[in-house]
Design a protein around this ligand. Structure first.
Ligand code: C2E
Ligand code: MG
Ligand code: MG
Length: 610
């Protein structure tokens, strides 16, 4: 029976995986942190390890590095579990030698499929090998001649893989340092390769990768290493020493060979490779054009060991991709801190709720008929201990990607409901509170149950709660969405469509969905008094919304001129800096106590719009 070790700090996730694996006759071992994971791996020598990337103290990268550095555990198949669809995360794991990754949440089928594939591959590679620790990593040269498909070679292109790069790097470095030379690692990623796979099929994609490998190898001379790291990523390791030493060069480096120990110029290394790849490929009577992004790290300035250098070249490559691709980028430490930022931010976001770093601000919503406050939109703020205030546009998408939105969204809902109920209990005029629900929150299977529990806990009458959804939810399965919306409405809460006009939907499409309110996005409201297109659009939106029995809220109203046009167009409610910015709970309470009203006179307004 195969033994699987699951290293995952989140208990729920860990137990879930262990349960699934239990049902398929695996022997399972669970570890709740990285340190324990490494220890259990050494004790039990499992057949495969599943390991979370983000863990406090020793994270997944640390675990992998520790295991790969120990001959006893070095070849145990290792699958990363990442909550983040982020390529940097995945790349970092693969660069370190992970065999595969799974993005959480994954389905049972995906989990079992990934495990099975790895176990089969590993067994094939090690046929005939006993599980003795000393054999765990066989010397490269022993394997090479008779096992072209060995652990050290990529099966598709027959190029070395990153394990071989790792094996061969140290001797190369030692030689080069003695000679006072340089080593450059180029990480080459094909731009938008996924699209080729998707549109022309994987077989075509594979053939193209073989051609790319072939073309790259034409430029590489003996002694340099060309490797395929994974799917659409290759690496070239170039070294050159002093004139007296073992000078190596690639044709890309012709200029260089004469400069011997001078620091390599990125353009001399990378540009010829980019040029070579932009020449069309002819495959199956088709001309295919591709481009690549190249990241360069240099030994010794960008790192002492191969892991560091590969990682840094990878960081530089992603940066080149971000800039649009078809270019090269040398590694600099600032690039690193930028990409680390996201990771650090994610880690601290995990603790933001429990450390009480989140705070809700309330932005008043005003009725145009009476000019009084009819509600407030709850807007979350994050007071980061080091970085100060982080706006929601920066961390909500990250929370969505990582799944942290569930905990944050739940906190926002509970806090907004409790707060609104407590204002009512203090005898203030009852107002409704609007809470933003993200796409992922809306799709939680137990959203209704969560809401019922939150409303129960707070004692707030559901008619005072409004849920703001964006058009993104409308592009999914229409019947299912309508069903979910009806279920929410049956609880008595109101539903509004937020940021209307920024998505894809037309008003007639909206007719099918049971919304109560429609919030016109700020981009339509802006300069509505001078911008004729915006004015016409807003007029049409309000008219149609009313004919569908929807109330209309105009967002981002900043001037009394904009207000005047909205009033004329019979907009129901407004929200914006003109009346108030989002404010802390105490300040909003004071507005309610004082009965703050919109300072406008319809007569004057009429005059303004004439
Ligand atoms: P939104 O739901 O459209 O919220 C309105 C945004 O417009 C708020 O930005 C608000 O401060 C801003 N705003 C309001 N009046 C004016 C104005 O007159 N002029 C200008 N220039 N801006 C105005 P904020 O607070 O930065 O929130 C941005 C977005 O973040 C929100 O857009 C919403 O999509 C999201 N968000 C905020 N809180 C939450 C939350 O608790 N959960 C979720 N899922 N998303 C949230
Ligand atoms: Mg909103
Ligand atoms: Mg909005």
């Amino acid at each position: 029976m195969k033994k699987i070790l699951v290293i995952e700090d989140e208990e729920l996730v860990r137990n879930n995986i262990l349960e699934i694996l239990d049902t398929v006759d695996f022997r399972v071992i669970g570890a709740c942190n990285g340190g324990m994971g490494v220890q259990l791996a050494e004790e039990h020598l499992p057949d495969l390890i599943l390991c979370d990337v983000m863990m406090p103290e020793l994270d997944g990268y640390g675990v992998l590095a520790a295991l790969r550095n120990n001959p006893v555990t070095a070849t145990i198949p290792f699958i990363f579990l990442t909550a983040k669809g982020d390529k940097t995360d995945i790349r970092q794991g693969m660069n370190l030698g992970a065999d595969d990754y799974l993005t959480k949440p994954f389905r049972r089928k995906e989990l079992l499929g990934a495990i099975e594939a790895r176990l089969i591959k590993h067994d094939t590679l090690y046929q005939g090998y006993t599980r003795e620790p000393s054999r765990a990593v066989a010397p490269v040269r022993d394997l090479r001649p008779e096992r072209p498909d060995s652990l050290y070679y990529d099966q598709l292109t027959n190029l070395p893989n990153q394990l071989l790069v790792r094996e061969q790097f140290d001797p190369l470095r030692d030689r080069t340092s003695q000679e006072g030379g340089w080593i450059a690692i180029l990480c080459i990623g094909l731009d938008r390769f996924k699209r080729i796979n998707q549109t022309l099929g994987h077989e075509f994609g594979d053939r193209l990768l073989m051609e790319v490998a072939q073309r790259l190898s034409q430029g590489v001379r003996r002694g340099d290493i060309l490797a395929r790291l994974h799917t659409d990523q290759f690496a070239i390791v170039l070294a050159w020493g002093s004139d007296k030493g073992d000078r190596r060069s690639v044709s890309a480096l012709q200029d260089y060979s004469s400069r011997s120990t001078a620091k390599p110029l990125p353009e001399a290394i990378a540009q010829p490779i980019l040029d070579r790849l932009t020449q069309p490929f002819c495959l199956e009577n088709r001309e295919i054009f591709i481009t690549a992004s190249i990241g360069i790290s240099i030994y010794p300035q960008d790192g002492e060991d191969v892991d560091q250098l590969m990682k840094n070249a990878g960081v530089a490559m992603s940066y080149a991709k971000q800039l649009g691709g078809n270019q090269y980028q040398s590694y600099t430490p600032t690039l690193h801190s930028e990409s680390l930022d996201d990771l650090t931010l994610e880690t601290s976001l995990r603790y933001a709720v429990e450390r009480q770093e989140l705070q809700l601000y309330y932005q008043p919503i005003v009725g145009l008929e009476e000019g009084n406050i009819v509600g407030a939109e709850a807007l979350v703020r994050w007071h980061h201990p080091q970085q100060g205030m982080i706006p929601p546009v920066k961390f909500i998408p990250l929370a969505e990607q990582t799944g942290l939105i569930s905990a944050i969204g739940e906190w926002v809902l509970q806090t907004a409901c409790n707060q609104t109920k407590s204002w009512q209990a203090e005898g203030l005029p009852p107002v409704r509170v609007a809470v933003n629900l993200s796409f992922r929150q809306f799709n939680q299977v137990d959203l209704s149950e969560r809401l019922v529990r939150i409303l129960d806990n707070s004692g707030l009458d559901p008619r005072y709660l409004e849920l703001e959804l964006t058009e993104s939810i409308l592009v999914q399965n229409v019947e299912l969405t309508i069903c979910k919306l009806k279920e929410l409405k049956s609880m008595g809460v109101k539903i509004s469509l937020d940021d209307f006009g920024t998505g894809y939907s037309s008003l007639s499409y909206l007719q099918q969905f049971p919304f109560d309110l429609l919030k016109i996005d700020r981009c339509f409201v802006q300069d509505i008094n001078t911008n004729a297109t915006n004015a016409a659009l807003t007029h049409a939106i309000i008219q149609m919304a009313h004919s569908l029995n929807l109330k209309v809220i105009a967002e981002g109203v900043e001037t009394s001129e904009e207000l005047a046009v909205l009033y004329e167009n019979k907009c129901d409610n407004i929200q914006g800096y003109l009346f108030s910015r989002p404010v802390k709970a105490e300040e909003f309470k004071q507005m309610l106590q004082e009965g703050k009203r919109l300072d406008f006179q319809p007569e004057r307004v009429r005059h303004l719009t004439e």
